[in-house]
Design a protein around this ligand. Structure first.
Ligand code: XIL
Length: 385
């Protein structure tokens, strides 16, 4: 991969840093797991390292599994968390706060408080927002899943929801995950567990995109899924469906891979190639929920070798996206193990994010900063040539 180039690169940024030494630094640098000083310089910030127009994002912790933990709402209560969120990222994705069960808890009641707070935070910190999500088989409220609605009523419910939620944030959401996880691992549409497809047929997916586009013509509208990092049955199904929708003139603008990776399964080596084939359809692509979980030893602490392997996965995922034109959005699913969903959902696995529970930066964090700076410098050289 890149180690040799990284050495030169580090020297280059250090040299570049000198004339620009207005960069703020913390009074007390701490050491991190690489043994390097844990500086707060802008040169150690993901959003500053990123090339122009390339957004580095994170999920904003709250709702979902957090409600069962013994800490208060992370986004509104954890000051250190908020500070890093604002400093490091140029894109934010509500982890749960825009999902149906959260934002539309009763048929006649929306709860916009948490989503509004995130959009407002993003605006103040000059961040873009990825909206997540409008049509999904999971995290739907009981009133919807267990309601006794006719097909006509359900269609009206979905249309009203999309129009209301997308309309409320029109102009403030860069990308919407309109349809999330509509295929199973074999590449079959989820005709049983997805209430919309089961009750209304596959055509409802196109309608969801049309309604979202009407409500916010500026937002880029995405299909989003896990297990589609590689060229496989599931990503093939998206490839075929998107071509059909494009032929019908449906406003689909992007295809995104979540990127919930595990060191158990190896890195999806054809990620770049797979993103390229979607880009060739004229689409934006994105990595939207990257994390890299691992089997933890009995101590609960990852070994240095595990952290190196994890850093390598993060670096490869970033490189793949950077290499593909119109892959302009790269989001990690939380930046600290303190709030990661992984230990709650995957028994025995953990340490999936780029910072420890104490916000100490892991090798994966540095790898991302280095990879972004390298890409940014490459862009500069290119523009001078
Ligand atoms: C997860 C959240 O991180 C948890 O807090 C919640 O309890 C369950 O959902 N794919 C997605 C995300 O599209 O919305 C999921 O987020 C992770 C998998």
């Amino acid at each position: 991969m890149r180690p040799a180039r990284l050495v030169t690169f580090t020297l280059a940024t250090t040299a570049l840093a000198l004339p620009l030494s207005a960069a703020p630094a913390t009074a007390e640098p701490r050491s991190d797991e690489r043994g390097a000083p844990h500086s707060n310089s802008v040169f150690d910030r993901l959003r500053w390292a990123a090339p122009q127009g390339f957004h580095v994002g994170t999920a904003v912790a709250g709702g979902g599994h957090h409600l069962e933990q013994d800490y208060p709402d992370p986004f509104t209560h954890d000051r250190q968390y908020r500070r890093i969120l604002g400093q490091q990222f140029s894109s934010v994705s509500p982890e749960n706060q825009m999902k149906w069960e959260f934002i539309h808890p009763e048929q006649d009641r929306y709860d916009f408080e948490a989503a509004d707070a995130i959009v407002e935070f993003a605006d103040r910190h000059r961040q873009v927002v990825r909206g997540h999500t409008l049509l999904w088989h999971s995290q739907n409220p009981a009133w919807l899943e267990q309601g006794d609605f006719t097909a006509e009523e359900l269609r009206a419910i979905l249309r009203e929801h999309i129009t209301t939620v997308v309309g409320r944030y029109a102009g403030q959401i860069q990308q919407w995950d309109v349809a999330n996880e509509i295929f199973d691992d074999q590449g079959n549409l989820r005709t049983q567990d997805n209430i919309w497809i089961r009750e209304l047929g596959p055509g409802i997916v196109a309608d969801a995109f049309r309604w979202a586009h009407e409500a916010d013509p500026e937002a880029l509208l995405f299909f989003n899924d896990y297990g589609v990092e590689s060229d496989n049955a599931k990503s093939d199904a998206y490839y075929a469906l998107i071509q059909e929708l494009q032929a019908e003139g449906v406003p689909v603008h992007g295809f995104s891979v979540q990127g919930h990776l595990s060191t158990r399964y190896g890195f999806p080596g054809d990620l770049e190639q797979n993103l390229r084939r979607f880009a060739a359809l004229g689409l934006e692509t994105a990595v939207t929920e990257l994390d890299v979980r691992m089997d933890l030893p009995e101590s609960g602490e990852p070994t240095p070798e595990q952290l190196r392997q994890q850093a390598d996965y993060y670096e490869q995922a970033l490189s793949a996206c950077l290499a593909v034109e119109d892959c302009n959005s790269f989001t990690i699913w939380g930046f600290t193990d303190k709030y990661s969903w992984v230990p709650v959902f995957f028994e025995g696995e953990g340490s999936a994010t780029v910072m420890t529970e104490d916000f100490e930066r892991k090798p994966a964090f540095h790898t991302l900063v280095d990879g972004l700076w390298e890409a940014r410098l490459d862009c500069w050289w290119d523009s001078w040539r």
